[in-house]
Structure formats: structure tokens, C-alpha cells
Design a protein around this ligand. Sequence first.
Ligand code: NAI
Length: 287
Amino acid sequence: MKKIINRLTVIGSGAMGSQIAMVSALAGIDVYLRDISEESLRKAEESLNGHMKKRILKGKLSSQEVEEAFSRLHFVTSLEEALNDTEFVIEAIVENLEVKRQLFSEVDKLVSEDVIIATNSSTIVSSKLADATKRPHKVCNLHFFNPVLVMELVEVVKGLHTSNETAATAVEFVKQINKTPILLKKEISGFVANRILGALIDEAIYLLENDVATVEEIDLACKKALNHPIGPFALLDLTGIDVNYYIRQILYEETGDESKKPQRIIKEKYFNGEYGRKTGKGFYTYS
Ligand code: NAI
């Protein structure tokens, strides 16, 4: 039986949480967006207002739809208020295991036993959070992509502890908010989309370091033969070469696997301060 969610709590109103709350409110759900920082809530409201105005101007949404969605979206600092009568909880706070575990334990005590508590974390699998609650079978990853208002896919990740019913309800919820779900039957670091992207980027760097083709040509191959909207080097410039450097450094430290270390070209760019668009130079130069 499909469970329709009428009331949702999103915890953390940053880049991800704010937009998860907005798409849910647009889909007709009563949403409580909670943050410990009033400043963050204020910025979230301001930013969502800006995005919605642009969509109205482009004719993608009517002002009535937006007005109604905002009337369903509540910005709160009180955890109790955010969780009152909630039916589904999505955590999107800082990427810190201990802080997330503390929150999961608090939420567990405040919501009824049938409520699912999902994490939007990109790197922390829910098995690391489930035992902070008394409902491990109701805990899973629900991984959205940035920017949530635009990106359609959501990965539902079923840990060993997650019940089939929880996974099925999470999948239905994703459809309810007009996104496209995929269900990962087991936990794996990076999940599906980011693992594939990582492999693509690694191969692009291998080809460049081995002098097979230029940055521009490798990007062209992805665009003109694979129909990707953007090539891997242009994408690295957009997301930040520094971010890629840190991720690989952490992966190497966690696994001890030499092949995970930042590659020569990434290291060179990182130590030259060539991070991509944000510094005006990366694989390409920006004015
Ligand atoms: P962010 O730094 O933009 O926002 C985090 C928010 O959480 C801040 O507003 C902060 O005040 C709030 N916060 C911190 N501790 C809190 C607590 N105990 N209770 C309530 N609020 C608290 O972070 P962002 O980028 O939105 O990421 C959030 C989560 O989403 C992370 O787990 C991250 O791995 C995941 N994610 C991020 C993506 C991205 O591209 N930024 C993509 C997919 C997932």
C-alpha cells in the first residue's frame, strides 16, 4: 500500500535542506524546515524566494503555486516544533558523524515509532547512524543532488538494517515530490551516480597525464560522443579542483590505497592555487 506523506521535517537549512524542503512544499506537503541557526533559516528563505521569483518570471510556476508552497513551508529553530506530528524526517546537517548521531538519537525520542529517519549524507552510510536510534529498520540514506530544485535523481540506499517497507516508502516519497528514485540494494561508498562520475574523471585525468589528448579534446569527446552536457575537466573547474584534491586525500588516508591519492595534475593545480572557476584558472582560464 502506498503511504502518502502529508507532513515532513527537514533538519538543516543549508544548500541541500532548504531546497529539499521547497520541492516538497511545492509537491503539496506541509514542511517544517529546522536549523539551529536563525541566520541560516533567514538565508534559506531569502534564497528560495529568489529561485521562486525566477521560476515565476520564466513561466515555470505560477505565483499562486509559489504562494501556496510558501504557506506550507515553516522555518523553525525548535526541534520539538519541527517534529510535532511529523511523518517523515530528512536530515541534511553538517557532514559530521558525531553531530549526526546525536541528532538521530534526539529525533528518535521525539517522533512516533513508525516514522522514517533518513540522511541526505553523501559519504556517511546510514548503518553508521541507525544504532543511535531504537528503530534501525526505519533508517536509510536518501541522497539528493545539488541543486535539488533542478536535479531529478534521488538515491534511496537500503542498508542491511533497513526494512523493505522503509525502502519502499522512501521510494514512494521520492515519486510524491516529483523526483526520480533509484533504489540501491546495499550500501556502497559514493553510491551510484558519484561513483560513475568519479570513474569518468579518473579516466579523463589518466588520458591527459599520459598525453593521449588535450583537456579540450577529452571534454569534446564526452560532449560530442557521449552526449554529456559538460566535459569532465570543465566540471572539475566548476565543482573545484581543491574539493577533488581533499576528497582523494581523505579517501587515501581512510583506505591506505595509493591509487586513491590525488593525481599529479590535480596536485599541481591545487598547489598552484588553480582551483577552477572560483580562482579564475583551473584546466581552463576564466575572465
Ligand atoms: P550546509 O553547510 O550548506 O548546511 C548545513 C546546515 O546544517 C547549516 O545551515 C547548519 O546551520 C545546519 N546545522 C548544523 N548542525 C545542525 C543541527 N545539529 N541541527 C540543525 N541544523 C544544523 O550543508 P549542505 O551542503 O546542505 O550539506 C548537508 C548534507 O547534505 C551533508 O550531509 C552533505 O553530505 C549532504 N549533501 C551535500 C551535497 C552538496 O552538494 N552540498 C550533495 C548531496 C548531499
